[in-house]
Design a protein around this ligand. Structure first.
Ligand code: ZN
Length: 235
């Protein structure tokens, strides 16, 4: 992390000590026992519940692209929804704590369905080192921390690396996104992943091209299988 990023994060943390904690969705002041979201916004979170649904739309979108066990996204979002504030806070406003909180919330919910059964390693989709330095953290890694805290499954942030710093995906067409991610990941330590069931974790699912590219980098590893979990899915 650069000195400037570190100083910025320190200043933001200091400011937060003196302002009331607010719900990231509606802005209401939080009670002591509420984390990131107020009770009302938590209760109204538009959950997909796809983990209770075999061959759900997220699983279907990855079928045939990798040896897949399970796939789900935790909540739906669309442009203009107040719930996009969760994603903005996590990705652009320095709120890595929101990642851990949401990671714990979705893991607690999914755990009852057996979603995590047999998973050996959590693999947060890696950021390119330049982007990691600029943002100061990998938002997917913070989601993974929350999931790991509930499930006890270890996190692997070293076996796969992002070798190409592709430009932002948000203004590209679906086809350009596929083209843009081909070959952007490389495997650093394939041997340690032989025969493992890997949970790929990302913040948002749009076309699925980034997750597929991440799995593609590992397809040569003997006996590897994948499950996929994203915090949100675009509708
Ligand atoms: Zn709220």
């Amino acid at each position: 992390m650069s000195l400037i990023t570190c100083a910025k994060q320190w200043i933001v943390s200091l400011i937060r000590l003196f302002i009331p904690r607010q719900c990231v969705v509606c802005g209401k002041s939080l009670d002591e026992y509420e984390e990131a979201l107020c009770l009302e916004c938590s209760a109204k979170l538009p959950c997909t519940n796809y983990h209770r649904w075999q061959d759900n739309p997220v699983e279907c979108s990855f079928l045939g692209k990798m040896p897949l066990v399970h796939a789900t996204s935790y909540f739906y979002y669309h442009k203009g929804s107040d719930y996009t504030h969760i994603l903005y806070a996590l990705k652009y406003h320095g709120r890595k704590d929101v990642g851990e909180i949401m990671g714990r919330a979705m893991a607690a919910d999914l755990q009852t369905s057996g979603f995590f059964q047999g998973i050996d390693i959590i693999l947060p989709v890696p950021l390119h080192p330049k982007k990691l330095k600029a943002r100061g953290y990998n938002q997917s890694e913070w989601l993974a921390r929350g999931i790991s805290a509930i499930t006890g499954i270890p996190i692997d942030t070293t076996s796969v690396i992002r070798t190409v710093n592709n430009s932002t995906q948000t203004r590209k067409t679906a086809y350009e996104r596929w083209e843009n991610v081909d070959g952007i990941f490389a495997v650093h330590d394939a041997h340690s992943l032989i025969g493992k069931h890997i949970l790929i974790v990302d913040d948002v699912l749009t076309t699925g091209s980034t997750i597929t590219a991440c799995a593609d980098a590992l397809t040569g590893v003997l006996g590897i299988r994948f499950s996929i979990l994203t915090l949100a899915v675009a509708v």
